[in-house]
Design a protein around this ligand. Structure first.
Ligand code: HDE
Length: 712
């Protein structure tokens, strides 16, 4: 039976895609030429036991198409999932930008958003420790605007020249293609240990930000500084943010590794299921605006993509909301073929000279040419703009548009001078007239040389559990490096961030922190320059800590959380009803996990539908566990090793565990134990479901972690 799906909000883009959609429901099967097919089971043969005939054009067509089904995966961000949605503006932004979609609060701008991991192949796990891509295509009335960002606000490198090196270093090693979707290997850390500019980003990548609980619980960042341009041609620097209304939350590293085995599609499924269930993910769109006059006011360079602008210095103004409300109809046609490009702009938004951004402006069209195979990739339905394209670009593989004009050049008289150029006043795009007076030089600005202060700022801004997780991640990653000299260089770099951090990592590696950190210089020194003048530096920033950088300060809530309810025959029906009703009312879900699939019998003799069996699910796929009583049920679960493991694992991962008065007896058989301190965070055994729901909404009780004795 077809699932009942809440009606998504319609958008101009969905209507646009309809002309390309197809369904075979109640239709006869045809060849690609529209010929009705009579037999799709057998090839044409010379006799029943004879050879297949070359003449069989139907077989040839079918197999030829199959042979060519695959296209190259993205060189980076190969693994991803996407959804349609809308963007709604809260307040007109005309003071800063003339972009129409940022001025009209009555309009819903259609969007298509793709989330991704960076390093892994298309079939790799969703839960790899990695940066996540956060790419948004706005289908505006002025053409497509792409904000191609990440879930981390800074990047590894300062100059596009180093991007191929970075990616070659992190991808599986070339001789044996190991490891898949992982940075814990020699070549990555070899490169990083020679690139002190990566230090700030490494702090983020080793933090739990690299292990999101859900795409829906990630922030998004434009990373680079961009420009807004208003209708008086005044320019403002701008940093873009996406703030998830569910808050920013992550899983534990041990949990991430287990999810990779239990459900490698965890994030993809989570996004899909939430949208199907009508729990539409939402983000507020934020901007940090900096007047041009303030460009040099900061102790870092706004053009340096390894730096963020702390929210304490420039607050984030929330100017609109994006809601994802519709899953794609076809993964390949939409999610795989969508082509983002930071150079897809609308009037009112422009670039800065960030050297990383400048390099990206070349790469994204170039890569589509090999990935999608033709300069006509803009005609693929998911990529085409809502306004009709008129220009003199012609022909090429798979051209769809039928250009009727005789002229394909400009200027012309034969075609009446059409298509016309648009005046700036009529929406024609003009580049910002930035004044430039410079020598042509292959080099780097000294204002980019501070590689450590914001790494320290980030580390100092983390809660104690977050700091522990960063240290654990560095221990894990560097312990997988086989060459001691690389580990040593990294310890030297870490000591520039924080001495205790470096020491704690070194202790578990069985190494010493080098007394004199080796700070390699990863950029050229001009012929007339002195080496000493080109060393990485660390300034002492005015701001010592920034609350916005810690997930501990993020919005909390119960909405869309998944709670496993452990039950067996004889379970207390009233207790199940109470918890499920409360969870559903609060926008969360409770799923019955039992020793077998099908149904179990409650204590009042009623059948209860089982959602998952202990043998086909795991606590790592849930946010919390609840144990309703019923003596028979508890007795059965006490004798189920999978049930005991389920609770122990949830305990180790610091999840909320709740039980009614009888249900608490099951905890005796687990590491949670009955003698545990009643005040222990997230363990609710008083049967008060309000207390339990509160605990779930806190996401995790990370403070429990250091005392956890549960084996992995
Ligand atoms: Fe990308 N990046 N990138 N990148 N990037 C690609 O384009 C590149 C960078 C980002 O869901 C590729 O269509 C260079 C920063 C996302 O389809 C490619 C440099 C940020 C996605 C490419 C960067 C990003 C990509 C591969 C350094 C965050 C996935 C496939 C100069 C602000 C988009 C493709 C999707 C994809 C190049 C650095 C984000 C090869 C050369 C910084 C989210 O063109």
């Amino acid at each position: 039976m077809a699932k009942k799906v809440p009606a998504p909000k319609q958008s101009g883009k969905i209507n646009d895609l309809v002309q390309n959609t197809e369904s075979g429901l109640n239709e006869l099967m045809t060849t690609d030429q529209g010929l009705l097919i009579n037999d799709d089971q057998n090839s044409l043969k010379a006799g029943e036991r004879g050879a297949t005939l070359l003449e069989d054009f139907i077989l040839r067509e079918k197999i030829t198409h199959f042979d060519h089904e695959r296209i190259p995966e993205r060189i980076v961000h190969a693994r991803g999932a996407a959804a349609h949605g809308i963007f709604e503006l809260y307040q007109p932004m005309g003071k800063y930008t003339k972009a129409k979609f940022l001025n009209d609060t009555s309009r819903q701008t259609p969007v298509f958003v793709r989330f991704s991991t960076v390093a892994g192949s298309r079939g790799s796990t969703d839960l790899a420790r990695d940066v996540r891509g956060f790419a948004v295509k706005f289908y505006t009335e002025e053409g497509n605007y792409d904000l191609v960002g990440n879930n981390i606000p800074v990047f590894f490198i300062q100059d596009a020249m180093k991007f191929p090196d970075l990616i070659h270093a992190v991808k599986p090693e070339p001789h044996n293609e190991i490891p898949q979707a992982a940075s814990a290997h020699d070549t990555f850390w070899d490169f990083i240990s020679l690139m002190p500019e990566a230090t700030h980003m490494i702090m983020w990548a080793m933090s739990d930000r690299a292990l999101p609980r859900s795409f829906r619980m990630m922030e998004g960042f434009g990373v680079h500084t961009f420009r807004f341009i208003n209708d008086k041609n005044e320019s403002f620097f701008v940093k873009f943010h996406w703030k998830p209304l569910l808050g920013v939350h992550s899983v534990a590293w041990d949990e991430a590794q287990q999810i990779s085995g239990k459900d490698a599609d965890f994030h993809r499924r989570d996004l899909w299921d939430a949208i199907e269930a009508g729990a539409f993910p939402e983000w507020e769109f934020g901007v940090q605006i900096i007047p041009e006059a303030d460009e040099h006011k900061f102790d870092f360079d706004l053009l340096d993509p390894t730096k963020l602008v702390p929210e304490e210095l420039v607050p984030v103004m929330r100017i609109g909301k994006m809601t994802l409300n519709r899953n794609p109809d076809n993964f390949f046609a939409e999610t795989e073929q969508v082509a983002f490009h930071p150079g897809h702009l609308v009037p009112g938004i422009d670039f800065t000279n960030d050297p990383l951004l400048q390099g990206r402006l070349f790469s994204y069209t170039d890569t589509q040419l090999s990935r999608l195979g033709s300069p006509n990739f803009h005609e693929i339905p998911i990529n085409r703009s809502l306004n009709t394209v008129h220009n003199n670009q012609r022909d090429g593989h798979m051209r769809q548009q039928i250009n009727k004009d005789v002229t394909s050049y400009h200027p012309n008289t034969i075609g009446g001078g059409c298509p016309y150029q648009a005046k700036a006043a009529d929406g024609g795009f003009t580049s910002h007239m930035e004044r430039i007076d410079a020598k042509k030089i292959r080099g780097r600005s000294k204002s980019f040389f501070d590689h450590f202060s914001q790494a320290t700022l980030f580390f100092n801004s983390q809660s104690a559990p977050e700091q522990n997780h960063i240290i654990d991640a560095l221990r894990f990653e560097l312990s997988n490096v086989t060459i001691p000299a690389i580990r040593e260089r990294m310890l030297g770099i870490l000591s520039m961030v924080d001495k205790t951090l470096a020491q704690r990592v070194a202790d578990k590696l069985g190494m010493q922190v080098p007394k004199k950190p080796n700070q390699p210089i990863n950029h050229s020194i001009p012929a007339d320059g002195k080496v000493a003048d080109y060393q990485p530096v660390k300034v002492d920033p005015a701001l010592k800590s920034s609350a916005a950088l810690s997930m501990a300060n993020s919005v909390k809530g119960i909405k869309s959380r998944k709670v496993a309810i452990l039950a067996a025959d004889g379970v207390n029906e009233a207790s199940i009803k109470a918890i499920v009703t409360k969870l559903t009312a609060d926008g969360a879900s409770g799923m019955i996990v039992a020793p077998r699939m099908g149904q179990i019998k409650g204590d009042k003799g009623n059948d209860i539908m089982v959602n998952k069996a202990l043998f086909n699910t795991s606590s790592v796929l849930f946010d919390a566990v609840y144990i309703p009583g019923g003596q028979k049920s508890i007795n059965a679960l006490v004798n189920e090793p999978d049930a005991i493991h389920f609770i122990n694992q949830a305990y180790r991962h610091c999840k909320a565990i709740g039980a009614d008065k009888d249900g608490g007896l099951l905890l005796d058989a687990t590491y949670v134990g009955t003698g545990q301190d009643e005040a222990e965070g997230g363990i609710i055994i008083d049967g008060n479901i309000h207390h339990f729901v509160n605990a779930v909404s806190m996401h995790r009780s990370w403070e429990r972690e250091p005392s956890s004795k549960v084996p992995a």
